[in-house]
Design a protein around this ligand. Structure first.
Ligand code: PLP
Length: 385
């Protein structure tokens, strides 16, 4: 039976896991080596140097490929390194149409590195896919989607955009970090490249920094493999092992993240100390319909604006947390709270943040897999302040 034909939960456990030929280890070993002994000139056992390939990384890349329903996968040293590899496909004069609700680090790379080198970016509202067509011209090379977005959880209809743009010579790129392949598989919806900060739900335990790309097309895969090898932003074997271990429990973790997030979003929605709640599973959320059609569940991130909508109000709340840790990142088993204005989106000009709707009173929660009653009690106590 081909492991790529398994159902999703079985793929998480089995796809890409290379049986250890030497001792029969069930878990792919950590090949903690930079280089491989060659049998004679030009003759090796499939690996020569760990930048171009390492068996633990191969196991992970095969697993990622399978769970994102692609044909080729690449692991990188961070999510931003994966994004950077895609941007290296571009030349000066090329144009990118991107969501105006973009992760701050991607925005910083686009505007402060690639824009400087002559790539032109259009940051637009992709919630309305018809905004794209008037901007497409023969220089347009990429359409860049995040869905749900960081941190306001806007939804973009990936299938609709793929259908609208498939007749043009543009690549549709989806940053699937917030959803994870458990909730949404963009290649199945018509995307050309899926990106992950595997630091988040894929790793799942806040113990590694990693990125991933998965594609279906072989020519595109060859270009990305060349960039991965030629520029060398690859993860080490130990991190690949940790990511493989994380992947095995992705479905179980995501189920609990989503269940807890639902309870917390509903709690915050009723709380008098909260001005606004963002979670795609709330019927009042602007992306509720797209999320319901596109995702298996609504995700584990909940953002909210504290009453008073100020940095001081946020400071009072986060200083009272006992279970939620004030920390960057998301997608781990433990609950985290972040302040986008001073953390993930601090590299953006205050004006750009304001245009995006990221106010000083916004808190982004990454809901962990603890008991939801304890998380709610922690929030209740902090919001009393
Ligand atoms: N994409 C999204 C949506 C993110 O939230 C992040 C990090 O927070 C990244 C990409 C960058 O990933 P990394 O921090 O692994 O470089």
């Amino acid at each position: 039976m081909s492991k790529d034909n398994l159902r999703f939960n079985s793929k998480l456990i089995h796809a890409g896991q290379i049986p250890d030929k030497t001792f029969g280890a069930v878990v792919p070993p950590i090949y903690q080596t930079s280089t491989f002994k060659q049998d004679s000139l030009g003759v090796n056992k499939g690996y020569e140097y760990s930048r171009s390939g390492n068996p633990t990384r191969t196991a992970l890349e095969r697993s990622l490929t399978s769970i994102e329903s692609g044909n080729f996968g690449f692991a990188f040293a961070s999510g931003l390194a994966a994004i950077d590899a895609v941007m290296k496909l571009l030349n000066p004069g090329d144009e990118v149409i991107s969501t105006n609700n973009l992760y701050g680090g991607s925005h910083r790379m686009f505007t402060q590195i690639y824009q400087e080198k002559g790539v032109k970016f259009h940051f637009i509202n992709l919630e309305d896919p018809s905004n794209i067509i008037p901007l497409i011209n023969d220089k347009t090379k990429l359409i860049w989607i995040e869905s749900p977005t960081n941190p306001l959880l806007h939804l973009v209809d990936i299938k609709k955009i793929a259908n609208q743009t498939k007749h043009y010579n543009v690549l549709l790129v989806v940053d699937n970090t917030f959803a994870s392949p458990y909730l949404q598989r963009p290649l199945e919806l018509g995307a050309d490249i899926v990106i992950h900060s595997a630091t988040k739900y894929i790793g799942g335990h806040s113990d590694l920094v990693m990125g991933a790309l998965v594609v279906s097309d072989e020519t595109l895969a060859n270009k990305l493999y060349f960039i991965q090898k030629a520029t060398g932003a690859v993860p080490g074997p130990m991190d690949c092992f940790l990511a493989l271990r994380g992947i095995k429990t992705l479905a179980l973790r995501m189920e609990r993240h989503c269940e807890n997030a639902k309870a917390i979003a509903q709690f915050l929605d009723r709380h008098p100390g909260v001005e606004k709640v963002y979670w795609p599973g709330l019927k009042a959320h602007r992306g509720y319909e797209v999320a319901s059609a596109q995702m298996k569940d609504y995700g584990g991130v909940v953002s909210f604006v504290v009453k008073g909508d100020s940095r001081e109000a946020v400071d009072r709340v986060v200083s009272k947390f006992e279970l939620f840790s004030l920390a960057e990142s998301l997608g781990g088993v433990e609950s985290l709270a972040a302040h986008p204005a001073s953390m993930s989106h601090s590299a953006m000009a205050a004006e750009t943040r304001a245009q995006m709707g990221i106010s000083d009173g916004l808190i982004r929660l990454s809901i962990g897999i603890e008991d939801k009653e304890d998380l709610i009690a922690d929030l209740e106590n902090a919001l009393k302040s």
